[in-house]
Design a protein around this ligand. Structure first.
Ligand SMILES: C[S@@+](CC[C@H](N)C(=O)[O-])C[C@H]1O[C@@H](n2cnc3c(N)ncnc32)[C@H](O)[C@@H]1O
Length: 237
């Protein structure tokens, strides 16, 4: 039996950034959330180029949060005439928002009109907050699989192969359980050939856990005020 689901509690910093009282960290900056997702997660994984011509392309994300990364990926996929056959976006979220809180956080942060339109479609399709897997379909070629569960326990049970990993589960100092060597080992076991990853953090423990699990990383400039972030590939020796 899965644990009872505890939804996210929505709160806002004085500057308007949505944050989590549970983790003491923000979901997204109030300014530039879409540009940040584009830079850190799309560009960090070589997208959209890497999905072009692929019959299927699968992204696995840790921490769906407000879904800004998903929405930004969806917008980029839609706008790409060379996109592949189908985008599978799988995201694991331990504390999902209710649909109404999702709308509130989107209204506070999304500063891009096409992404804002997709955000409404997502909120209208948002599933009940029951533990487990919820599959949503958008356009003719996007599947969003939301797994409302703890990534630590559910990742080792998953069975598919991912082409890109978006590692986005709050800062390691605030949420160390999501950045342990065993989480990275579970991600490595799910990596397709040539799989890439990116994350906004460049913490030393994360770098060591990545290497230990067979991921090679590069430290690259971060977005905005962030000095550095990590991106790389699954290349086990
Ligand atoms: C920074 S937010 C993610 C932002 C999100 N990717 C977006 O685009 O809006 C981090 C998310 O990780 C989730 N999270 C934290 N620990 C988790 C765990 N062990 N398993 C699954 N999700 C977790 C939090 O509930 C939160 O929603």
């Amino acid at each position: 039996m899965s644990e009872p689901l505890i939804p996210a509690t929505v709160a806002f910093r004085p500057n308007g950034s949505p944050y989590s009282p549970l983790y003491g960290d923000i979901y997204h900056s109030v300014v530039g959330s879409v540009a940040q997702a584009q830079y850190v997660f799309l560009q960090g994984n070589g997208l959209p180029e890497r999905w072009q011509g692929c019959p299927d392309f699968t992204v696995l994300e840790t921490g769906f949060g407000m879904g800004i990364n998903f929405l930004t990926t969806w917008a980029a996929w839609r706008a790409d005439p060379l996109r592949g056959g189908r985008l599978h976006f799988v995201s694991v979220e331990k504390h999902p928002f209710s649909a109404s809180d999702l709308r509130l956080t989107h209204a506070a942060t999304i500063d891009d009109a096409p992404v804002a339109a997709l955000a409404q479609t997502l909120a209208n399709a948002w599933p009940d907050l029951t533990p487990g897997t919820h599959t949503l379909a958008f356009d003719d070629d996007i599947t969003l699989t939301l797994i409302f569960d703890d990534a630590v326990t559910v990742l080792p049970t998953l069975q598919f192969r991912a082409d890109a990993f978006y590692l986005d589960g709050f800062a390691p100092a605030k949420n160390p359980e999501l950045w342990t060597p065993s989480v990275f080992e579970s991600l490595g076991a799910l990596a397709n050939e040539g799989a890439t990853f990116s994350t906004y953090t460049s913490a030393g423990d994360v770098k060591r856990a990545l290497l230990h699990a067979g991921f090679q990383y590069k430290k690259i400039p971060g977005f905005g005020w962030k000095r550095a972030m990590l991106a790389g590939k699954y290349l086990p020796i």
